[in-house]
Design a binder for this molecule. Structure first.
Ligand code: ADP
Length: 314
């Protein structure tokens, strides 16, 4: 549905994005995640046809963004970082105006506006001036204008920035309800936003893609690696020595106390069995042994800031 090839953008001397390549399939809900300044908005502006790349190409539903900008714009609903909502218009009038602009046929405009108002729960404010609405409601108007033409693709750039926690939760719930009806790209620097709403994630840092995978794959340990959490009745000061007979153990670290340890290992279940036998035979009082998923936050920090540690190293 969306193909991006070698996409590069220079602002003068500054390279904002550098040879980005990714594909997004129909119906996917993808988080475009990266710290501020990573190049997310630049990428979104190019895909939506608001800005030309310096090199490379992007296409939506088979249409090149620059050769066929109208075909692309017809298929995309875009919520930019700063929503283009006109304060001196009434909510319903504004949505009618956007629908007409997006070439929704005249006889379908009222129905399309009703649909957008219903999905974004704007019924009670549809006759109010946009400038009198709260920030959360304005953001909903921004989403309503993106969906009013029922586009195949929805691109939402930082949809919850500047909202209070209740409004954030409401917008995330709204995005969840849009799943299955559109292919969605959600650009954000907030990791929980991606975890709450997306199935796949593309992580971008300093203008380059550093990871592209499903959330579940990214949050699992790297291939062939496992992590176990163990809880013991007894304190252990030097777990490394305790586990030294097992060569497959690659790292150990303690958690809240020296009774709780994370053990990284390579190899399969037989290694897990060996570890549990060893801890039991040493009489350490093994009360819990669970396989751990790697925290997505660890992965994100490691990829973007080169650090991934929590708790103590042993
Ligand atoms: P993000 O959306 O991830 O925060 P942006 O795409 O806005 O990142 O910016 C990527 C880089 O390009 C940043 O270093 C930013 O300072 C720079 N940049 C963005 N827009 C412009 C512009 N209009 N002129 C010059 N530099 C820009």
């Amino acid at each position: 549905m969306i193909e991006v090839r070698d996409l590069t953008k220079d602002y003068g001397q500054r390279r904002a994005i550098d040879k980005l390549n990714f594909s997004i399939s129909k119906g996917d809900v993808v988080g475009f995640l990266g710290p501020n300044g990573a190049g997310k908005s630049t990428t979104m502006k190019i895909i939506t046809g608001f800005m030309a790349p310096s090199h490379g190409s992007a296409s939506v539903a088979g249409f090149d963004v620059f050769e066929n900008p109208l075909e692309v714009k017809k298929r995309i609903g875009y919520l930019p970082e700063t929503p283009p909502v006109y304060g001196d218009m009434y909510v319903r009038d504004y949505l009618r105006y956007v629908a007409a602009l997006k070439q929704v046929p005249n006889d379908k405009i009222e129905k399309s506006v009703d649909m957008a108002i219903e999905k974004t729960n704007l019924g009670e404010v549809q006759k109010r001036l946009i400038q009198h609405l709260s920030k959360g409601f304005k953001q909903r108007v921004g989403i309503a204008q993106a969906i009013v033409s029922d586009p195949e693709v929805l691109i939402l750039d930082e949809p919850t920035v500047g909202l209070d926690p209740k409004q954030v939760a409401e917008i995330r719930d709204l995005i969840k309800t849009l799943k299955g009806q559109h292919t969605i790209i959600l650009s954000t620097h907030i990791l929980p936003e991606v975890e709450a709403t997306c199935e796949k994630v593309i992580i971008i840092n300093k203008g380059q893609i550093v990871a592209e995978d499903s959330i579940s794959n990214l949050s699992t340990m790297e291939k062939g690696q496992r992590r176990l959490h163990v809880r013991l009745r007894k304190d252990v000061q030097d777990m490394k020595t305790v586990l030294s007979p097992i060569q497959e153990v690659t790292a150990v670290s303690f958690g809240a106390s020296h009774k709780e340890w994370s053990i990284d290992l390579s190899g399969g279940e037989e290694v897990v069995e060996n570890i549990s036998s060893l801890l039991v035979n040493k009489g350490l009082g093994l009360v819990e042994l669970t396989p751990a998923k790697r925290d997505l936050e660890d992965v994100f920090l490691k990829l973007t800031y080169g650090q991934a540690q929590k708790g103590g190293e042993a």
